[in-house]
Design a protein around this ligand. Structure first.
Ligand code: GLN
Length: 385
């Protein structure tokens, strides 16, 4: 069996969700909202299942959805993508990432990855034969410097896998950081695979800037988005890929032999949803921001050192200043077993030199869920140092 997968542990999200069920805990681990998602979008999907087409849709995605993705990014980011040659629909962003890595990496190519990194990235890079080169990010800012990039990029760099806004840190990278990264991509000739699934989930009036919009990057980026994150429907697994035709041609071949297509009914519901008014997106952000603030305030009262969350569904606490005699993983195991709250230890997002003091909570929950979690967390910091 292939050792990359044979030797992998079960994903931390699955482990923590299982522990949450065993201990009847409030699950603030795996990132999914309590909210069932917009009713009109779900009704469109239901209607499409009953009355629509349930056979194979076109391999590249329903024309109406590719058109809607193109219009959506034109409207939100001022980016023009030709729906015929530059947009493809995949079964979730994870398929898009896997396909891009399989299509772009040749064995021995170096791939720049930023830690903390989403757990799927490294095995997929390794299975494609890529050699990882890590940029290590640290709390509280999680930013990278020119020196950091200079250490990671080499003449063998072929691909950069960049997640912005960043899960788990909740960082929304400002334009100057994107320009710095773009300079390194240009110099090395690397293609950036941009996991931008959190592009709409940004707070405090921030706007997400796609790396593909930075000068020089239009022809060397694969922009990946996700309906699951845009509509709080994380189980839907409808991803969007945008890239220049020369890259897309190859990505399409990978998609053709991974899933080939994506359920047509979900595609037509997403096409409808992407056209929703700006109000929908503003309200979604405002609601998540309110939950973030409510949960952050509660955690602070309990003495948790809360880090800034600029985007995503996640709020992190850095336990370091508390001098507890346990790392993030031990803390999370105790939290779920003794206090009935599941969270994610951020060390699980590092392959090397892990930061071991940060714990991630998903705040995309109803007030009652967050309040129950806060009640249960009240005693959790009492353990003697
Ligand atoms: N994206 C989700 C998170 O970060 C996890 C998805 C999964 O379980 N693989 O919590």
């Amino acid at each position: 069996m292939n050792p990359v997968f044979a030797d992998l542990p079960v994903s931390v999200f699955e482990v923590m969700s299982r522990l949450a069920r065993e201990h009847d805990a409030v699950n603030l681990g795996q990132g999914f909202p309590d909210d069932p998602g917009p009713q009109d979008v779900r009704e469109k999907a239901a209607e499409a299942v009953i009355r629509g087409w349930n056979q194979y849709p076109p391999m590249m995605g329903l024309p109406e959805l590719r058109q809607a993705v193109s219009a959506h990014y034109q409207h939100w980011h001022g980016q023009a993508f030709d729906p015929e040659t530059e947009v493809m629909i995949t079964s979730g962003a994870t398929e898009a990432i896997a396909g891009a890595l399989l299509a772009l990496i040749e064995p021995g190519d170096e791939v720049v990855l930023f830690q903390p990194l989403y757990d799927a990235y490294l095995p997929l890079v390794q299975r494609a034969g890529g050699v990882p080169r890590f940029v290590r990010l640290e709390p509280p800012r999680w930013r990278f410097s020119e020196d950091d990039l200079a250490r990671a990029f080499t003449p063998k760099t072929r691909v950069v896998l960049f997640n912005n806004p960043l899960n788990p840190a909740g960082t929304v990278y400002p334009r100057e950081d994107l320009e710095l990264l773009a300079r390194f991509c240009g110099r090395s000739g690397a293609i950036a695979v941009c996991d931008e699934v959190w592009e709409h989930v940004v707070f405090d009036g921030r706007r997400h800037s796609p790396l593909i919009g930075i000068p020089g990057m239009r022809e060397r980026c694969v922009k990946i988005g996700s309906a699951g994150k845009i509509f709080s429907l994380t189980g839907w697994k409808v991803g969007f890929v945008c890239a220049a035709p020369a890259i897309m041609r190859v990505l399409a071949k990978a998609h053709q032999y991974i899933t080939f297509t994506t359920p047509p009914n979900l595609q037509s519901a997403v096409a409808y949803g992407l056209g929703k008014s700006d109000d929908y997106f503003a309200t979604m952000r405002r609601d998540f921001q309110r939950s973030r603030d409510r949960f952050a305030a509660g955690l602070r009262v309990l003495g948790f050192p809360v880090l800034e969350a600029q985007g995503t569904y996640f709020l992190n606490v850095d336990l370091k200043p508390l001098g507890l005699n346990e790392d993030d993983e031990a803390f999370c195991r105790r939290l779920v077993a003794e206090h009935g709250v599941a969270a994610i230890p951020v060390s699980a997002f590092y392959a090397t030199e892990a930061v071991r003091s940060v714990v991630r909570f998903c705040f995309a929950k109803r007030d009652a869920t967050l309040d129950t979690a806060l009640d249960r967390l009240a005693g959790a910091l009492k353990r003697a140092a």
